[in-house]
Write a protein that binds this ligand. Structure first.
Ligand code: UDP
Length: 490
């Protein structure tokens, strides 16, 4: 009996949990639903960080061939003022030679290479080995639209956006208000950053397909604009496949020893009563802002689980290792004195990291104050949890606009853009708006998020739009590059 060879595909994840988690989930779909062999290349900058993430991989290890590329060290090339996007581009560029060597050794040679936003340089390698090349955008379709449009932008509009703070028009899409804009437009003098981003936009337009972690029901207008030959489709005819929401599912943790204290605490709270507060895998606030948030939480008198990190002045990116002091009642030294004692009855402070997907899936959680990273956003939607948006960097402002203005499932923690400290009363009000049962806003947001949750389940189920998108891509991967060419020749 001839056993047909399995289709083999390779995925490339750039550094950062926000990229890695959806890439692993995508790989798993292909392995489970389509029985593909899936190799995942993980770019790291630091061997110990990679190792500390190992528990994350354990659930995927039987399904996926996970290959850690040797850590890339670009420390002597990175300057303090270098934008994160440019740093990631640089790191990925340095990972290319070893990636090429690894791909050359894979047997059978994968029929497709899928990279995230920062990995498009690897398309050259895919071309060399006759592989299909896909970009997996781990963000939303609106940000994808901006990325594709960026190299072709109308200069007058761009100038008006950057210097006069006018909305940015992306053909066929909702206009982007300045207060929600991406970092990119705050640093118009950073030529390297502008060039890096433009190059990513041009590279991804050359892909055989773009997968995006969104779904038809969530962003119908934007997805239509991406495909319309008179709108964004004019700039690139690359097929866009919405395959989302792809998120790490919450695991029912039965073992009481390994179960997190946060979940035990949640068990004791009334249904839908707890606000979960977290700023993603690396987000931090300044010392002043932490103080205001602590007071805002306390004044709101709502139940909460708060993932806290020590403040870092002048940067929204946290550090993961620091020795902290705490006062007698266990309050970390960077929170108001006695905070833990005063809120003991209603709140729980978790330092550094919480099992987020499990927390959001817990029935006691009724709201999520978040930096609106796209993974956090999707996790909130899939669990039907309305949000309070507190964007910090990258495209989190755009995500906020999607959740508030476009969809109405969230409220803004502040009305102004980044910079400046949000006061405790403003925070208190925002929390009440979503958590207080008598608030109209919260009721509407909850109803909306449940509608979106349902639409996500429909999209992912057999016959659903995202399920179908993934099937189409899988079919292309099975056929591979040669047949596609033949078909194109007719
Ligand atoms: N996360 C977590 N525990 C934490 C903080 C974050 O499990 O305390 C996970 C979260 O569930 C999400 C990811 O880390 O899957 C963060 O991705 P996101 O896109 O929301 O934000 P980023 O970290 O990229 O800013």
């Amino acid at each position: 009996e001839v056993v047909p060879t399995k289709t083999h595909i390779a995925l490339l994840a750039s550094p950062g949990m926000g990229h890695l988690i959806p890439v692993l989930e995508l790989g798993q779909r292909f392995a489970v639903h389509h029985r593909f062999l899936v190799t995942i290349f993980v770019v790291t900058t630091n061997a110990s960080t990679a190792k500390s993430q190992l528990p994350l991989y354990s659930s995927y290890r039987d399904l996926l061939n996970i290959v850690f590329l040797p850590p890339v060290d670009v420390s002597d090339l990175v300057t303090d003022s270098m934008a994160i996007v440019s740093q990631l581009v640089l790191i990925m560029r340095h990972a290319m030679p070893i990636l090429r060597t690894e791909i050359a050794e894979l047997k059978p040679c994968p029929s497709a290479l899928m990279v995230d936003l920062f990995g498009t340089e690897a398309f050259k390698i895919a071309e060399e080995f006759g592989m299909l090349k896909y970009m997996f955008d781990t963000g939303n379709a609106w940000f994808l639209a901006l990325s594709l449009y960026y190299p072709h932008q109308d200069e007058t509009n761009k100038h008006g956006h950057v210097y006069l703070h006018k909305p940015l028009n992306i053909p066929g899409c909702a206009p982007l208000e300045y207060e929600d804009t991406v970092d990119l437009y705050f640093q118009p003098e950073d030529r390297a950053l502008q060039d890096d981003f433009a190059k990513m936009g041009l590279d991804m337009a050359r892909a055989d397909g773009i997968l995006v972690n969104s779904w038809e029901y969530l962003e119908p207008k934007t997805l239509k604009a991406l495909r319309d030959p008179n709108l964004l489709g004019r700039l690139s005819s690359v097929p866009v496949h919405p395959v989302g929401p792809l998120i790490r599912p919450a695991k029912p943790v039965k073992d009481p020893v390994s179960r997190s204290a946060a979940l035990d605490w949640l068990d004791l709270q009334p249904a839908g009563s707890v606000l979960y507060v977290s700023f993603g895998s690396g987000g931090t606030l300044t010392a002043d802002q932490l103080t205001e948030l602590a007071w805002g939480l306390e004044l709101s008198q709502q139940r909460f689980v708060w993932v806290v990190r020590p403040p870092i002045e002048g940067s929204a990116f946290g550090s993961f290792f620091r020795q902290d002091k705490r006062t007698e009642d266990g309050t970390p030294d960077y929170l108001p004195d006695g905070f833990v004692s005063r809120t003991r009855e209603v709140g729980l402070v978790v330092e550094m990291w919480a099992p987020q997907t499990e927390v959001l899936a817990h029935q006691s959680v009724g709201g999520f104050l978040s930096h609106c990273g796209w993974n956090s956003t999707l996790e909130s939607i899939i669990n039907g949890v309305p949000m309070i948006c507190w964007p910090l960097y990258a495209e989190q402002g755009m995500n906020t606009a999607v959740l508030t203005d476009h969809l109405g499932m969230a409220t803004r923690a502040r009305e102004v853009g980044p910079g400046g400290v949000v006061g405790r009363e403003v925070i208190e009000k925002a929390i009440r708006r979503v958590m207080d049962e008598d608030e109209e806003h919260g009721r509407l947001a909850r109803a909306k998020v449940l509608e979106l949750k349902h639409s996500a389940e429909v999209a992912l189920a057999k016959g659903g739009s995202s399920h179908g998108s993934l099937e189409r891509v899988a079919k292309e991967c099975k056929t591979g590059r040669t047949d596609l060419r033949e078909r194109a020749r007719g």
